[in-house]
Design a protein around this ligand. Structure first.
Ligand SMILES: Nc1nc2c(ncn2[C@@H]2O[C@H](COP(=O)(O)OP(=O)(O)OP(=O)(O)O)[C@@H](O)[C@H]2O)c(=O)[nH]1
Length: 620
């Protein structure tokens, strides 16, 4: 059968399963919404923390830079005062102080230029006296003072030392002599020294700290300083973002190396400098992104497995619904059949143990109240006891032996045939067919009786007699029965009766003999007609002497009771042969043969007499 389209399958889903699926989808949707939101919050939280850290770093560095330049400002101002007063000893002392901490690390050179721009003192020259004439009249840090553009400390742009090939920041202050411009004090701070501050603060390869003047010129940059120290016009982050130049923080792409960073900046206003710190946003978020990625992968696998499991459950649920629907249909069809069936029918239902379906014929057969709905327990209580275990066995998957006949106390015989019905390997129930087979049973019993009975005399025939004899021999062999005996008898000259009066009269004599035997025997004795005019008698629990006495009594009874025939009363005689049945090798055929030998002996020795077998007797 082609399978129905998918929407039909969905319609087959039970309400609970649909509700479960909807709940599962809702849960999955909610889970993902919460998960993605939590990831975004983690990112934002980490970004906030990092921004705070960068802001703190920028603030601390701004303080350090401020302290450094304040110290230099203070020291150079002192020197300028001493220089103006031509206090040479004081001047030398101050110059010497630049060679002490904290300046000895920060300052590469202290130089003094005269009013014409000629270096007259250099801390790098022996005894401070330069060997060659060095002019700085072209340098900005000389010109700003010589032209009177600035009165205090001037922080110049970095210059590449002509001899040292080292980038240094020139910090300068004008010197007065006699109230006139008398030269310039120049302090050279290596850019590397400023950079060395920053290296220990951030450790990721793309993290950066830079120190710039208000006009944007770089004084130091922890990353690739050679790319920026001699350049002008590189915008800073605050300018790019149009943010406050004094302090702030933001995510921005560096105009220098195009790396996206979390930046924070702070001005050192008294010297017109700005510290900017930036950490690589990608590197900061990388561990979190890795954990989020793993989380997403596991969640996706979990969701897929959940959806797969739900789909499988729904599939099995649809299958089960279909199976139950088919089962119900089959049961309904079966119930309709049961109702119309002419015999008695009971249908038990596997899913509902108390539910049974019976048909009107069964109601009649078992004399149940008509038109009443009946349960299994009610039926059990109303049927005869002998029928209960056969018709309604306790185990649901048991079948009664095929065609089991149950004899009821009212004389009826009911036959029960049971089947366990199945469809698609699914139990449909147990079907019991009940029939009244009393008439058939009686016929069969009669037939069985006929098959074992001699029609003329009503005695057991040869087959029935031999069965009884074999059974007795078997019991004696196993010592279940004591000794017994067998008598074999034959009417003397019976041929003459037949020949004289006809075969019918002969039959009447045979019938009369049968009646005489029956009258003269115990109920436990078994007489039988084993041949035409031959009869045999099995005498259980009888000794040889008792047998001989009985045979003699029978012989006399025959002699004294002529047969009442249509040709008148006819006298007849018979000869008897006896064989005892004893021992553990006793055999029915052998005993019959021996009794026949004894009978033959009786016939040969005068007839109308009783003889007992003994080993010397000859076979016929
Ligand atoms: N009427 C009648 N005669 C039968 C039946 N069965 C066998 N007979 C006859 O029984 C006779 C047996 O004859 P035999 O075997 O010669 O024996 P007998 O005449 O009895 O002579 P002995 O046995 O030697 O005394 C035969 O005539 C058979 O036809 C039967 O069912 N009915």
């Amino acid at each position: 059968m082609p399978s129905p389209p998918a929407f039909c399958s969905l319609r087959l889903l039970p309400g609970k399963t649909v509700a479960g699926l909807v709940a599962l989808l809702f849960l999955a949707f909610s889970y993902w919404a919460v998960l993605l939101n939590s990831h975004e919050q983690q990112r934002q939280s980490l970004q906030k923390q990092t921004q705070l850290r960068v802001t703190q770093v920028a603030h601390v560095l701004a303080n350090q830079v401020s302290m450094l330049f304040s110290s230099i400002d203070y020291a150079t101002a002192n020197f300028a005062l001493a220089h103006a007063a031509t206090e040479l000893p004081a001047e030398e002392r101050i110059l010497a102080s630049f060679a002490r901490p904290p300046f000895d690390q920060a300052i590469a050179q202290v130089a003094i230029a005269d009013a014409q721009g000629k270096i007259v003192y250099s801390s790098l020259a022996p005894h401070g006296q330069p060997q060659t004439t060095v002019l700085i009249t072209d340098r900005e840090h000389f010109l700003v003072h010589a032209e009177g553009r600035i009165s205090g400390l001037y922080v110049g742009a970095p210059v590449l030392g002509r001899v040292s090939q080292q980038w240094t920041v020139q910090v300068s202050r004008a010197l007065q002599r006699n109230g006139q411009f008398g030269g310039v004090l120049v302090i050279s701070i290596p850019c590397d020294y400023l950079t060395s501050f920053f290296h220990d603060v951030f450790n990721q390869p793309n993290d950066v700290i830079s120190l710039r003047r208000a006009d944007g010129r770089f004084l130091a940059r922890s990353l690739h300083p050679e790319q920026v120290l001699d350049r002008t016009g590189i915008l800073d982050v605050a300018t790019v973002l149009n943010a406050s130049p004094s302090h702030g923080s933001a995510v921005a792409v560096s105009p220098v190396d195009q790396v996206q960073r979390l930046y924070a900046w702070e001005m050192v206003p008294q010297f017109g400098l700005r510290i900017t710190a930036g950490v690589d946003q990608g590197a900061v978020l990388a561990p979190l992104e890795k954990s989020i990625h793993e989380n997403l992968v596991f969640s996706a696998i979990g969701t897929l497995l959940g959806i797969l499991g739900a789909a499988l459950l729904a599939h099995f649920s649809v299958q089960r619904q279909r199976m139950i629907a088919r089962l119900h249909l089959a049961q309904e069809q079966l119930a309709a059949l049961v109702k119309r069936f002419p015999g008695g029918v009971v249908l038990e239902h596997p899913l509902e143990p108390e539910k049974i379906t019976i048909n009107p014929a069964l109601t009649q057969l078992l004399h149940l109240p008509p038109g009443q709905k009946i349960t299994r327990s009610m039926l059990l209580a109303r049927i005869p006891e002998e029928l209960q275990t056969v018709l309604l066995p306790t185990q649901p998957d048991v079948e009664a032996p095929q065609g089991e006949a149950v004899a009821l106390s009212d004389g009826r015989v009911l036959e029960v045939v049971q089947f366990l019905l199945q469809t698609d390997q699914q139990a449909l129930g147990r079907l019991s067919l009940v029939q009244d087979v009393t008439a058939r049973h009686q016929r069969q019993t009669a037939l069985e009786q006929l098959a074992l009975t001699d029609a003329l005399t009503g005695l057991p025939n040869r087959r029935a007699f031999m069965l009884a004899l074999e059974s007795e021999c078997a019991a004696i062999r196993t010592q279940e029965a004591p000794e017994a005996a067998l008598i074999f008898l034959d009417i003397d000259h019976f041929k003459r009766i037949n020949d004289t009066y006809g075969h019918g009269v002969g039959d009447e004599v045979l019938n009369h003999l049968g009646q005489l035997l029956r009258q003269g025997l115990r109920t436990s004795d078994v007489p039988g007609r084993v041949g035409g005019e031959e009869f045999a008698i099995l005498l259980p629990r009888t000794s040889l002497a008792q047998t001989q006495a009985l045979a003699e009594r029978l012989r006399q009874s025959l002699e004294q009771n002529p047969a009442p025939t249509s040709a008148g009363a006819l006298e007849f005689r018979a000869s008897f042969g006896i064989c005892p049945l004893a021992g553990d090798e006793v055999d029915a055929a052998l005993c019959l043969q021996r009794a026949d030998m004894a009978l033959y002996h009786a016939k040969n020795t005068g007839r109308n007499r009783v003889c007992t077998w003994h080993p010397n007797l000859q076979p016929r």
